[in-house]
Ligand binder design. Structure first.
Ligand SMILES: [Fe+2]
Length: 310
């Protein structure tokens, strides 16, 4: 699909263009995507993997960018940490974005370390007013530094803070409203966290601001019996596909991406997941139209009644 010609392009809404359905670009598939049509609409790349001065990765990304839109997705921003923002990192990210002109830049609503120690994990935040003020201020500084708005992704989580004063979805929505950032809604992460913490994932979807939703992530998780683990190492489950369908019905066509980071399969498997996302989206978008059509048909059969003032 050519995003430039897509009828759902978000002209005037503040949302970036609809890119279609893409996959994460992983080293295992470099040869495959260089030498044959990828059969996907776009690629997401891990920003940090390309913050280098040269070499094969940058060469591959240059070739890929000639043919496809890309999004830069980072894991090191640590937007929620109380450590100072990493200015050299932001300089490198800005340079990378200026070089490759991604459709947007994203990272996670989390913290990854404190006191100079890196936890090498995407850790959840306490959802308090104090944390909200802290994160919003840092998002604004990052956006100024990069010269563009960013999108933040909801992470999967396994612990919660007793002193959280609001829900994750209210916190995420407020960060977006106050800072002007977009939301990368990871449908699998919502499902995993909903099971782990016992909330309703549909309430989550219905509570985030639709105008801020820039992108969806879809991925596989593992059932550990007493909890779900966000493993990204196998196919998307039926329950997550069902939640994706609800998300499409609520938010319309949103650029969607298949994440697969461990036990990476043949590229054709990712293509198949990508096609499935596209099919489900078309079905979900057609369903309300059919319902509307039925309502229109029912109305048209109704006997004329008294005229009602507007
Ligand atoms: Fe994700």
């Amino acid at each position: 699909m050519n995003p430039q010609s897509d009828p759902h392009r978000r002209a005037g809404t503040g949302r970036p263009p609809f890119l279609g359905h893409g996959v994460g670009l992983r080293r295992d598939h470099f040869e495959r995507v260089l030498f044959a049509p990828a059969g996907v609409d776009w690629f997401e790349v891990i920003s940090e993997n390309f913050m280098v001065d040269g070499g094969r990765s940058l060469h591959v990304l240059t070739k890929v960018r000639e043919g496809y839109p890309i999004v830069l997705h980072g894991v090191s921003l640590s937007i929620g940490s109380t450590d100072p923002l990493n200015e050299p990192y932001l300089d490198r990210l800005r340079a990378l974005a200026e070089r490759f002109e991604p459709a947007w830049v994203s990272d996670h609503l989390c913290w990854t370390g404190v006191g100079g120690h890196n936890a090498h994990d995407l850790l959840p935040l306490p959802y308090t007013e104090q944390a909200l003020d802290h994160v919003v201020g840092r998002v604004q500084r990052v956006q100024e530094r990069l010269g563009r708005p960013i999108a933040l992704e909801n992470v999967s989580s396994y612990v919660a803070y007793r002193h959280s004063a609001m829900t994750e979805w209210d916190f995420l929505g407020e960060v977006a409203r106050r800072s002007g950032c977009g939301i990368l809604l990871d449908i699998n992460n919502i499902f995993v966290s909903a099971r782990n913490h016992g909330f309703d994932p549909i309430i989550y979807l219905r509570s985030v601001p639709p105008e801020a939703i820039w992108q969806f992530h879809l991925a596989g998780h593992s059932d550990k019996g007493t909890y779900l683990l966000d493993t990204h190492d196998h196919a998307i489950t039926g329950e997550v596909w069902a939640l994706y369908r609800e998300a499409v019905r609520l938010f319309g066509p949103v650029s969607s991406l298949i994440e697969w980071d461990d036990r990476i399969p043949a590229f054709e498997t990712l293509q198949e997941e990508c096609r499935r996302a596209g099919s489900l989206q078309r079905e979900a978008l057609a369903a309300p139209a059919e319902a509307d059509g039925a309502a229109v048909a029912a109305t048209s059969r109704r006997a004329p009644g008294p005229e009602v003032a507007p």
